[in-house]
Write a new protein. Structure first.
Length: 430
């Protein structure tokens, strides 16, 4: 058994050790008695995905039954909800995706029906705006900013573009007959609210931004919206969406700075001294997806070279071994080494170059070295937030915890064995 696979299985044992007694549900982290949720980002739905990957890899005879039991409990939760956010991280879109994947693996039609119900609920909360639809809801991150109020939410991480990607996934999976129509309506609205600039097109996180936050990258910026519009072009054939995606990429790249032989793109434009994130959230591992997909769609070499330049910029910092302000003490899928390793595997797949596979291995080595191991379990006590480096938790979930890290280690191990196993998220190239 490879060291990567062994570490992944130890991470699964840690997660199982956090299961709430008498429930098909897990604590969010190991320092809480009751804190848990069902979401894709921090909760049960993300753990379900990891269990499904473990089952697909033939590594655990109990994983599918465990995922099914967790799905049944999450179904009960959803049946009682009148409202959930447009956010794929915590709302209807993420649940739709997780239940669709659970239905595929289990053959359970009730899970597929739950996924379709989530899409109906998502569409039912949409508002007709201009030529399309959008979602107006309490603004995200109020717990961090202290600001409140309802806003139209645009971005890929917590808003309409992310919901649109789930709708495109649903269309591809044959999950809902109206999924593509709804995705087109989302795209039309996002085209209307794009901000034009001499360097291309950009989108804010939300309407009437109440604080300075112009993010050119993937999670909360224009690259994420451009990625959705590019995938919408693939599904619909509409050229305007491809052109908008090009302009989004052009704008994002215009905000790059030289970094060694490559370049990096700032986290936000307002910072007096730029900070360059390196993970999937605002870094090359996120923004590079737009560039690789533009290359795949257009065949234009410049987009692949731009993706290469971002990885070169990342490597110029000494990452992953050397930590910078944009690569803090976090090993997860969102902000840390697991997300970088996943993108390195994608680059290796697209280019056939071993150097990118080597980067993925280096990420795995850093991840394993940064763990706590004992009693057959492995966990990562790290910081979710860059500006709170002392606030450390050993989380169980997918985007910030052991489930997502185990998913990467399993993906790397099965890739090395020649039989890669990975459930791609809706925002991941297929």
């Amino acid at each position: 058994m490879s060291a990567y696979l062994s570490s992944a299985l130890e991470a699964v044992r840690f997660i199982r050790g956090q299961r709430i007694e008498g429930r098909a549900k897990w604590r969010r982290h190991d320092a809480t008695e009751k804190g848990s949720d069902y979401s894709l980002y921090h909760g049960s739905c993300g753990i379900i995905l990891m269990l499904l990957e473990l089952h697909a890899a033939g590594q655990d005879a109990d994983a599918l039954a465990e995922a099914v039991a967790a799905g049944e409990e999450a179904q009960d939760y959803l049946a009682k909800k009148d409202w959930l956010s447009v956010s794929p991280s915590t709302g209807w879109p993420g649940y739709a995706f997780a239940f669709s994947e659970l239905a595929k693996a289990s053959g359970r039609e009730d899970f597929r029906a739950t996924a379709a119900m989530c899409l109906d609920r998502l569409a039912g909360q949409a508002v007709e705006l201009g030529a399309g639809i959008g979602w107006i809801e309490p603004m995200p991150f109020s717990d961090i900013t202290g600001l409140t109020g309802d806003r139209e939410i645009y971005d890929q991480s917590v808003g309409a573009a992310g919901a649109g990607l789930v709708l495109l996934y649903a269309h591809e999976a044959g999950l809902h007959a109206k999924a593509l129509d709804w995705a087109v309506a989302v795209g039309e609205r996002l085209l209307e609210v794009a901000e034009t600039d001499p360097d291309g097109l950009r989108w804010r996180m939300m309407s009437d931004m109440p604080f300075a936050f112009t993010a050119p990258n993937f999670a909360h910026g224009g690259a994420g919206v451009g990625y959705f519009l590019l995938q919408l072009h693939r599904a619909s054939g509409e050229g305007r969406y491809l052109e908008a995606a090009r302009e989004a990429a052009r704008y994002t790249l215009s905000r790059a700075s030289a970094a060694g032989s490559g370049r990096l793109i700032c986290h936000t434009e307002e910072a007096r001294k730029p900070i360059f994130y390196l993970g999937a959230c605002h870094g090359p591992a996120g923004t590079g997806r737009l560039l690789l997909e533009l290359h795949a769609v257009t065949g234009e070499a410049a987009w692949l070279e731009a993706a290469r330049s971002l990885v070169d910029g990342l490597l110029s910092t000494g990452a992953p071994e050397t930590r910078s302000k944009g690569l803090w003490n976090n090993h997860g899928q969102c902000c840390g080494d697991a997300g970088i390793g996943e993108f390195a595997l994608l680059m290796a797949q697209r280019t056939g170059e071993d150097g990118y596979r080597d980067l993925a291995r280096r990420c795995a080595e850093v991840i394993v070295a940064g763990s706590e191991a004992g009693d057959g379990q492995r966990r990562w006590r790290h910081a979710e937030h860059r500006d709170r480096p002392e606030f450390l938790q050993a989380q169980t979930g997918y985007m910030q915890g052991a489930a997502g890290i185990a998913s990467f280690l399993l993906h790397l191990a099965t890739t090395e064995a020649g039989t890669p196993v990975k459930i791609p998220m809706p925002d991941w190239p297929r």
